[in-house]
Design a protein. Sequence first.
Length: 115
Amino acid sequence: QVQLVESGGGLVQAGGSLRLSCAVSGSIFSINAMNWYRQPPGEQRELVATLTSDGRTEYVDSVKGRFTISRDNAEKVYLEMNKLKAEDTGVYYCSAFTATWSRYWGQGTQVIVSS
C-alpha cells in the first residue's frame, strides 16, 4: 500500500507560479514511477508529468518548459509550475505506479489560475 497526500494548490494569477507537493508513505520501495495528473473542470483527468525510479521525466506537450517534476527524497515529490495559464486550472492529483502494477492516488489539490 502507498499513501499520497498533496498540498500547495491555490489561486494564482496567470503568469504566476505554484509548487505542488506530494507526501509519499507506505511501500515506497515498490514504486516504479510517480505521476502528476490534472482534471480541468468538466473534463477528463489527464497525465501531466512522470518521474520514473531511474530519474527519467516526461511531460505532456502543453506544460513542457513550464512544469518540472522532481523529488528530494523517497518521501516527497514536487511539481513546480511556472508561467501558469488559465487552462492549467484543475484538480491536480499525485499518483504512484508500483512494481505490482497497482496505482495509487492522492485526494487532489485545487489549482485555479485567473486570467
